[in-house]
Design a protein. Structure first.
Lengths: 99, 99
């Protein structure tokens, strides 16, 4: 499994972020070709440090499926929409291995 | 699903970290009661920002299973071992929802 993780910072306006994120952005994500599973969570930190405000994980079969998705017009629309969300984000990708 | 995420910073000595992590820490994690799945990845950042050096995700059926695990002697041993790893970490927990 190859995963794209998107971690959002605390928004300037959480209520506006949540409305736009869940009513507009999440439905757009469902159109991404090759997407096998998606999860969302609003975590709480355990111990020192800071948790992201929201974590989205988009899973693909392998890196080739992910690269094809990244080149798709659907992902282009998702990225353009994400840029209008009122929160910074960090994205990273990686191959998952089981424990 | 209720998830504990552990994100490690870049270690002062990555080779030492990797050896201790995969040969000592990961086998300890397998003993945690109620643990349903574990994944590890060494991600790469996409765009601006910094990716964690290593991400571990420990999944439990629900928050009660997680709380029971946190109170177990096995998790105590895992936490004590993690404190000897040569890298800082941030941990957070959250209920996962599907997209």
């Amino acid at each position: 499994m190859f995963r794209l993780t998107v971690q959002y910072d605390v928004p300037s306006d959480p209520a506006t972020f949540d409305t736009q994120y869940f009513s507009q952005h999440v439905p757009l994500c469902a159109s991404i070709p090759g997407l096998q599973a998606t999860t969302f969570s609003k975590p709480r930190v355990v111990g020192p440090g800071t948790a992201p405000y929201l974590v989205a994980e988009l899973d693909f079969e392998d890196v080739d499926s992910f690269k094809a998705a990244m080149a798709s017009p659907e992902m282009g629309a998702v990225a353009a929409d994400a840029d209008t969300l009122p929160a910074g984000r960090v994205m990273f990708t990686g191959q998952l291995s089981d424990g």
